[in-house]
Design a protein around this ligand. Structure first.
Ligand SMILES: CSC[C@H]1O[C@H](OP(=O)(O)O)[C@H](O)[C@@H]1O
Ligand SMILES: Nc1ncnc2[nH]cnc12
Length: 263
C-alpha cells in the first residue's frame, strides 16, 4: 500500500471528486474500524502526492450521522498523510455571513449526540487538547491563498456541529445564535478531533450555503446544493493553490498532540 501520500482531502457535500490528480488510482482500504466512506483516489498534483475521499461517499449515500469518521482518518493515516484539508457546507448563524461566502472555522461547539469521536479505548487512555482544534499552519496557508487570489473569507469563526441529518428547529437555531457561534454543520466533529488524536494537521474551508432557520424560512438540502454548485469552482481553485502553498515540513504542534496526552 502507498505510504508516502502527503496531503488528504475530505470532499464535503457537493465535492465528490477533486478533478486534479494525475496518474490517479483507486485504493480500497480496510481499517480496524471498518471501511472508509469509499475507495480513496490517490494521485499527484504539482509534484505532491494527494489523496481524495468524499466523506459522504462518491454518490453521497452516507448521511452525516453514519459517516465512519474513525475509518476515514485511520485510512488517511495508513497512507502516510500528515495534512488534511476538509471542505464543508455550513448554514449561517449571522446576518453578515451570507450564502456564497467562504468561512474559516477556528473553534467548534459540539452538539453531536452519538458519535464515536476517539481512538481512546479500554487500555489506551488519551486526553488530547483541542483548545485550538484546527491546525494554525494550514489555516495560515489557506488565508495566504485567499488573500493572494482576492477571495473573501471570514476568519475566526465558531462552528456548531449538530448530529443531523435533520436541520435544526427554530428554537435550536435561535439558541445556537445566543452562544455567539457563527456557522452550523454536521461533520467537522469528530473529524477534526480524530485527526488531532492521529497527530495530523487538519483545517476546513467552509462555504456558507444558507441562512439557518433562525433567519426566516426553513433551509432545504436543495438550497444547499444550489449554492455549493455556484461555489465549487472557487473551492477547487483554493484547493489547488493551497496544495502548492503548504510547507513541506510541519512547524506546528499537531505532530506532538499525543505528548503528555496518554496515560
Ligand atoms: C446537504 S445539507 C447538510 C449536509 O451538508 C454539510 O455536509 P459537509 O459538512 O460534508 O459539507 C452538512 O454538514 C451536512 O452533512
Ligand atoms: N443550516 C444548516 N444546518 C446544518 N448543516 C448544514 N449544512 C449546510 N447548511 C446547514
Amino acid at each position: 500500500m502507498e505510504k508516502d501520500v502527503e496531503i488528504g482531502i475530505f470532499g464535503g457535500t457537493g465535492i465528490y471528486d477533486s478533478g486534479l490528480l494525475e496518474n490517479a488510482q483507486e485504493i480500497d482500504i480496510d481499517t480496524p474500524y471498518g471501511k472508509p466512506s469509499d475507495t480513496i483516489t490517490v494521485g499527484v498534483f504539482k509534484g505532491r502526492k494527494i489523496a481524495f475521499l468524499p466523506r459522504h461517499g462518491k454518490k453521497h449515500t452516507i448521511p452525516p450521522h453514519m459517516i465512519n469518521f474513525k475509518a476515514n482518518i485511520w485510512a488517511f493515516k495508513e497512507l502516510g498523510i500528515t495534512r488534511i484539508i476538509a471542505p464543508s457546507a455550513v448554514g449561517s448563524l449571522k446576518e453578515e455571513l451570507e450564502p456564497g461566502h467562504f468561512v474559516l472555522p477556528t473553534q467548534f461547539l459540539d452538539f453531536t449526540k452519538s458519535r464515536d469521536g476517539s481512538f481512546s479505548e479500554d487500555g489506551r487512555v488519551i486526553h488530547i487538547s483541542v483548545a485550538d482544534p484546527f491546525c494554525p499552519e494550514l489555516q495560515s496557508s489557506i488565508l495566504k491563498v485567499t488573500d493572494e487570489e482576492n477571495i473573501g473569507i471570514h476568519k475566526d469563526c465558531t462552528y456548531v456541529c449538530i448530529e443531523g441529518p435533520r436541520f435544526s428547529t427554530r428554537a435550536e437555531s435561535k439558541f445556537y445564535r445566543t452562544t455567539g457561534a457563527d456557522i452550523i454543520g454536521m461533520t467537522l466533529v469528530p473529524e477534526c478531533q480524530l485527526a488531532r488524536e492521529a497527530q495530523m494537521c487538519y483545517a476546513s474551508i467552509s462555504t456558507v450555503t444558507d441562512y439557518d432557520v433562525w433567519a426566516d424560512k426553513p433551509v432545504t438540502a436543495k438550497e444547499v446544493l444550489e449554492t455549493l454548485g455556484k461555489n465549487v469552482e472557487t473551492t477547487k481553485k483554493i484547493l489547488t493553490k493551497l496544495i502548492e502553498k503548504i510547507p513541506k515540513t510541519r512547524t506546528c504542534s499537531c505532530a506532538k498532540a499525543l505528548e503528555e496526552a496518554e496515560f
